[in-house]
Design a protein around this ligand. Structure first.
Ligand code: NAP
Length: 218
């Protein structure tokens, strides 16, 4: 994010304001995950494949007993996901979509050829249930979520985030309507989320932070 907490540009373009080091940092986080999770808007805007270009990262995964690429997981309530996006043209790891029965039939038909669909009857996806399904059906223990902000906020609100990796880039955008780390909602989070700083590293003019999220007492 920028120094003033913004996570995207004026035109919601893919993040192009961070360094090559930050991109590698992202791939490193992705490479740890059994699965990588992304919100529909980020998938649409950034048209990402969610691959791992560095063969060394893939080799390290295999050595750890993981698949060469993480399982790719998309979350969408409405389910109008375009099956011609690059992600669906890349056959590197299975794709799993969590959505609802609101997904129109023609989208279901085209997406089923490329992905496994989990459609719930509720109006929105229950994120706890989704994580449980990933664990029980796919053996996923570590999920690397790449945003965007709406999905991150929804996970935070449900106390489902363990760790936050944050890069602060030396740039400011301003803009009251520009999404911050927790999106565009003007509402406070339902509860304060406390973090514990576990790592801080500077490379060039960027700051790489790792926070452990303190879970609420049940
Ligand atoms: N700076 C960064 O590191 C960074 C990282 C990621 C993304 N971004 C940027 O962030 C922007 C997109 O962020 P965003 O906040 O607009 O969108 P987002 O979180 O990527 O996606 C929002 C969409 O995901 C689905 N979704 C979100 N929460 C859900 C939930 N609880 N249950 C079911 N589906 C859920 C919904 O899809 P449907 O509408 O299909 O129902 C929702 O409209 C892009 O411009 C992207 O480039 C920046």
């Amino acid at each position: 994010m920028t120094v003033d907490g913004k996570i995207t540009t004026r035109n919601f373009t893919p993040v192009d304001f961070t360094s090559r080091e930050d991109k590698t940092h992202l791939f490193r986080q992705r490479a740890v995950g059994d699965a990588v999770l992304i919100g529909h808007s980020t998938l649409k805007q950034d048209n990402v494949r969610l691959g791992l270009p560095d063969p060394k990262m893939r080799d390290a995964r295999i050595a750890r007993g993981q698949a060469p690429y993480p399982l790719r997981v998309i979350v969408s309530n409405e389910g109008r996901i375009d099956s011609t996006l690059k992600l669906f043209q890349t056959d590197i790891s299975p794709i799993v979509i969590f959505s609802t029965v609101r997904m129109p039939a023609r989208y279901q038909k085209s997406l089923r050829q490329k992905a496994t669909l989990h459609l719930s009857d509720a109006r929105s996806v229950d994120l706890s249930w989704m994580l449980q399904q990933l664990r029980s059906e796919y053996g996923i223990r570590f999920v690397a979520c790449e945003g965007g902000a709406t999905l991150f906020r929804a996970l935070l609100e449900r106390d489902l985030v363990d760790q936050l990796n944050l890069t602060i880039a030396p740039i400011l955008f301003g803009g009251a309507n520009a999404p911050t780390l927790t999106g565009l909602s003007k509402d406070f989070l339902p509860h304060t989320v406390r973090c514990s700083l576990t790592e801080m590293r500077t490379v060039g003019e960027e700051c790489f932070l790792t926070y452990r999220i303190k879970h609420r007492r049940k």
